[in-house]
Design a protein around this ligand. Structure first.
Ligand code: SF4
Length: 285
């Protein structure tokens, strides 16, 4: 049975939910379902797990989507800001191995939202990617993958957005949605954050500074233990990362031709997302 037949034949007590991250795929999926299967969109509960550390552009795209769908997007939250959870996790910055941020600020609010109800969750993984999701494993939740079944690929997703509410602006300098300090950011994306949102970059630096390992010193009270404690990125502090990204930018490469196409068109022709990308789907799909 096709995904939409399963959806329409589901028991009337089943809830239909679509989690939005502010990213291209989940946004395009909501639009796709609304345009091609309005009877399913009617039943859909749209939600967004807000960590409180989202970029302004994410709220902008959610507002536009809400207007397009003509339905409210429920905003969920863990009820506490990131720094509260950081303290609870002993001042360990989250990382790909210790992804407590997703669990606490995204997955748990989602699981609370659906409770023990039978649920169909619509996931925006595309037909041209081979990603596994970091999604809820609750047995009452059944996941459906409309884009995979309908052969929708990256270019279709960008085209859908361009034809409707527009591509989220942060794709001009960042490859995914998610918290402004997300540790999955690439070096040049940290540089992008510094340039587009200098206040957010400074905030990320402050958090990094404050969690660096410290030891007690009788004269100075407290000093950094080894000059480098825990950082957002394994290859160094944010200042070091940005410096490297700036250096790289200055280095001329033989193949670098002056690009004249619009950034929206460039995105469509770029290679697929990194297959090693283990960013959580609930954050960045
Ligand atoms: S976007 Fe990044 S930092 Fe934010 S919850 Fe997801 S993995 Fe954690």
């Amino acid at each position: 049975m096709k995904w939409h037949e399963l959806a329409l034949n589901a028991d009337k007590n089943t809830r239909h939910v679509l989690g939005l991250s502010g990213g291209k795929d989940s946004t395009a999926l909501a639009i796709y379902i609304r345009d091609h299967h309005p009877e399913i969109s009617e039943k859909m509960e749209y939600f967004f797990c807000d960590t409180g550390a989202e970029l302004e552009e994410v709220y902008e795209i959610l507002d536009k989507l809400e207007a397009y769908l003509g339905k409210e997007i429920t905003r969920l939250s863990s009820g506490k800001p990131f720094e509260h959870w950081l303290k609870m996790y002993d001042n360990y910055l989250p990382s790909p191995r210790q992804r407590w941020c997703t669990l606490t600020m995204k997955i748990k609010p989602f699981e609370k939202f659906v409770g023990d109800d039978p649920v169909i969750s619509y996931i925006g993984i595309r037909a041209d990617e081979n990603r596994e999701g970091y999604i809820s494993k609750k047995p009452t939740i059944k996941a459906l993958f409309p884009f995979v079944e309908d052969g929708i690929v990256r270019e279709d997703v960008f085209q859908t957005l361009e034809n409707t509410i527009g591509i989220p602006k942060y794709y001009e300098w960042r490859s995914r949605s998610g918290c402004y300090f997300c540790f999955f950011q690439r070096q040049n994306e940290w540089l992008g954050l510094k340039r587009r949102h200098p206040d957010r970059f400074e905030e990320a630096k402050r958090i990094e500074r404050e969690v660096s390992q410290r030891k007690f010193d009788w004269l100075k009270t407290e000093v950094e233990e080894c000059g480098q404690g825990y950082t957002w990125h394994q290859s160094g502090t944010l200042d070091e990362i940005v410096e490297r990204a700036e250096e790289k930018e200055k280095t001329p490469t033989l193949s670098k031709k002056k690009e004249t196409r619009k950034w929206q068109d460039l995105l469509k022709s770029e290679l697929d997302d990194d297959p090693e990308d283990q960013a959580c789907l609930i954050c960045s799909l």
